[in-house]
Design a protein around this ligand. Structure first.
Ligand SMILES: O=C(O)CCC(=O)C(=O)O
Ligand SMILES: [Fe+2]
Length: 259
C-alpha cells in the first residue's frame, strides 16, 4: 500500500519546504500542530473498523498515578503535589496487539513521514520505543472514561483521532509547564494547574486529524467521554534517542503489564 492511500498528500505535502516551515512554526508557537483531514477517508474507515474489531482486547487502567507517571516518592508527604494522584480509566491496546498488516505500522515506519516529523521537531532521527508495547497504542474511551493530567515520558507524541465521542473526550493542555531536560518539576505550577487555578487550552479536533505535541513538558489530559460513542485514538510514539523504554510504572499503569 502506498503512502498516498493512507495520507492525503495533496492537502499535506509532507516533503514541501514551505509546508514544513509552516508546520514547525505552528508547533513552536502553540505547542501543538493539528493537521485536519490528514488520513484519507478510506484509511480512516479501515482503521475504525480494525479498532472496533480489537476493542475487546483493550486493557482498562484501574489505578491512579501522579502527573509525572512515577511511583510515589516516600521521602515527600503523601499530600505533596509530586504524590498527588489523578485518575485514568481509559483502555488501551499495545503495539504487540496492533495487526502486522495495519496501515498504522506502514505510516509509523514510513521514511517520508518520519522525515517530515524530524523537520518539524528539529530532530536528526526518530526511534521507536525499545520495549515491545509502547510505540503504537490505540486508546479506547467509552462513556465516563478519561485520561488524567500527566506529562509524557517521551518528548513528543503523534496522535490520530479515529472516532470522536458526542461529548467530552477533549484534549486539554498547558504548554511548557515544566522543563524535564533541566530537571525542573515546577511543583507550584503543577499544583496551580491541578487545583484549577490555571486555564488549560482545549483542542477540538475531528476524526482523521493528526496532532503532534510536545507532551514531556506540557501538562495534558483528556476529559471523560460523554455519550454512547467511544473515543478511539491512535498514539504513535517516538524518541529522539535509540534504546528508550517506557518506564515500567507507566507500562503497569496503562497496559497492566510490562512486556
Ligand atoms: O488521547 C489523547 O488525545 C492524548 C493521549 C496522551 O496524552 C498520551 O497517550 O499520553
Ligand atoms: Fe500524554
Amino acid at each position: 500500500m502506498s503512502l498516498e492511500t493512507i495520507i492525503d498528500l495533496q492537502r499535506h505535502p509532507l516533503s514541501d519546504a514551505a509546508f514544513r516551515r509552516a508546520s514547525k512554526q505552528a508547533l513552536d508557537t502553540d505547542g501543538v500542530l493539528a493537521l485536519t483531514e490528514f488520513l484519507q477517508p478510506s484509511a480512516l474507515t479501515a482503521l475504525v473498523t480494525a479498532a472496533e474489531r480489537n476493542e475487546d482486547q483493550a486493557f482498562f487502567a484501574k489505578s491512579t498515578h501522579n502527573v509525572y507517571l512515577t511511583p510515589p516518592n516516600e521521602a515527600l508527604p503523601l499530600d505533596h503535589i509530586f504524590n498527588r494522584q489523578v485518575v485514568s480509566t481509559k483502555g488501551c491496546i499495545c503495539d504487540d496487539q496492533v495487526e502486522t498488516n495495519s496501515p498504522l505500522r506502514q505510516l509509523y515506519d514510513a521514511a517520508a513521514f518520519q522525515q517530515f516529523l524530524c523537520a518539524v521537531l528539529g530532530e536528526a532521527a526518530l526511534h521507536p520505543y525499545a520495549d515491545p508495547l509502547s510505540s503504537i497504542n490505540i486508546h479506547y474511551a467509552p462513556a465516563g472514561k478519561e485520561l488524567g493530567w500527566h506529562f509524557d515520558n517521551s518528548e513528543f507524541a503523534i496522535t490520530l483521532l479515529l472516532q470522536k465521542p458526542s461529548g467530552g473526550g477533549a484534549y486539554e493542555y498547558i504548554k511548557d509547564l515544566r522543563d524535564a531536560e533541566k530537571g525542573e518539576m515546577n511543583f507550584s505550577g503543577v499544583e496551580a494547574a491541578l487545583d484549577g487555578r490555571m486555564v488549560p487550552v482545549g483542542l477540538d479536533i475531528e476524526p482523521g486529524t493528526l496532532v503532534l505535541f510536545r507532551g514531556r513538558n506540557a501538562l495534558h489530559r483528556v476529559t471523560p467521554t460523554q455519550g454512547d460513542i467511544t473515543r478511539y485514538l491512535v498514539v504513535l510514539a517516538y524518541n529522539s534517542e535509540p534504546g528508550v523504554e517506557l518506564s515500567e510504572s507507566a507500562r503497569q499503569t496503562f497496559y497492566g503489564r510490562v512486556s
